[in-house]
Write a protein that binds this ligand. Structure first.
Ligand SMILES: NC(=O)c1ccc[n+]([C@@H]2O[C@H](COP(=O)([O-])OP(=O)(O)OC[C@H]3O[C@@H](n4cnc5c(N)ncnc54)[C@H](OP(=O)(O)O)[C@@H]3O)[C@@H](O)[C@H]2O)c1
Length: 330
């Protein structure tokens, strides 16, 4: 019996709970019997060694916006017996908390960790990976980069044995949405951003996305975990998309190019950068809308390109569930 604890019950935590509920039988065939023994949010939680009623937990959260008070995530870690935590609390790339403490405390106890939270990995990937090794626990993080787009396990498993020279990608769907609409509609950055906010594609404060911070955080995770590098967030050269004009698109398009926010790490050229780049219109990275994409340059397999939905409750749950199956496949 696999005992699961879910920390963070927002879009992602709820998405995971829905999949565990709706695909229970199919998942049992893949990983054997499992139950969720705890779910927490910022104010409280529900814990039951015999299994939390997921449907009820989802109803409570949706109706009352909060889980019952009286239990914290650290209470769960310190007092409950579970095999794996799904860490889906808020991202903070300066100090990594609260996720960093949750992940460390779980790994110290030999509990496997699956996280969608970039913060702890940006701040302390090497420390967490070493801790996991020492404690014979697993640290899985497919959901931190590219949402449903497979990249972490793709490189670690399917491209195992390859040297990864460089990875170049579109790692922020909000920026890509804004730029691809500027390309097609010749409207200003501010006009498209206002509409993106109305549609819920951009946050009320879009700084994290449009200044390239989110893409840079993902690039740090990619460099450290897939390319054996040791880089920090501050090492990333970073320019956002706020100064791109419709005129810049006109000039680019006249020459057969478009403009995209590209995150790139290149070991040979010593590049670690997020910036708007000219991309040939036919290039595989010239994708539109909120999609993410990555071009992986390897020694044996040559170039590999992946494209997929970079965010969303169900899409991120897809990455988390794939990590769960990788951990416990019968
Ligand atoms: N949404 C996506 O498409 C997506 C994609 C990839 C990665 N991610 C990452 O996945 C994580 C979750 O994203 P989300 O969209 O679900 O965010 P969200 O909707 O804001 O949910 C965050 C959750 O974390 C909870 N939380 C905060 N502090 C906590 C604590 N100390 N203990 C337990 N729970 C705590 C919040 O509690 P309250 O409900 O009480 O506020 C909330 O339930 C983030 O790190 C995000 O960057 C998200």
């Amino acid at each position: 019996m696999i005992k699961i604890a879910i920390f963070g019950f927002g879009a992602v935590g709820q998405g995971v709970a829905e999949v565990l509920l709706n695909k229970r039988d199919a998942l049992r065939r893949l990983i054997g019997d499992f139950r969720v023994v705890a779910i927490t949010d910022s104010k409280g939680g529900i814990a039951d060694e015999n299994g939390v009623d997921l449907l009820k937990a989802l109803e409570i959260k949706r109706k009352r916006k909060r889980l019952p008070e009286g239990i914290t995530t650290l209470d769960v870690i310190n007092s409950l017996d579970f095999d794996v935590c799904i860490e889906a609390t808020v991202t903070n790339i300066e100090h990594g908390e609260p996720g960093l403490t949750h992940i460390k405390e779980c790994l110290k106890r030999g509990v496997d960790v699956i996280t969608s939270n970039k913060g702890p990995l940006v701040v302390a990937y090497r420390e967490l990976a070493d801790l996991a090794d020492r404690k014979d626990a697993k640290l899985m993080f497919e959901a931190t980069v590219g949402g449903a787009m497979p990249i972490i396990k793709l490189v670690k498993n399917d491209l195992a044995g390859n040297e990864i020279y460089a990875i170049k990608g579109i790692l922020n769907g909000t920026c890509n949405y804004i730029l691809s609409r500027m390309e097609k509609e010749k409207l200003s950055y501010d006009q498209i951003l206002a509409e993106a906010k109305e549609l819920g594609i951009a946050e009320a404060d879009p700084t994290y996305d449009v200044e390239g911070i989110d893409a840079a955080a993902k690039l740090v995770i990619i460099a450290n975990s897939l390319m054996d590098m040791d880089v920090k967030f501050e090492d990333v050269e970073r320019i956002g998309i706020t100064n791109i004009t419709p005129e810049a698109f006109e000039v680019a398009m006249d020459k057969g190019y478009t403009i995209r926010l590209i995150a790139e790490v290149d070991k040979v050229e010593r590049i670690l950068r997020v910036s708007p780049r000219l991309i040939p219109i036919q290039h595989p990275l010239a994708i539109s809308g909120t999609l993410n994409a990555a071009l992986i340059k390897t020694d044996l397999a040559g170039d590999i390109v992946v494209v997929g939905k970079g965010a969303g409750s169900k899409e991120t749950a897809s990455a988390i569930i794939s990590d769960l199956i990788e951990l416990y496949r019968c």
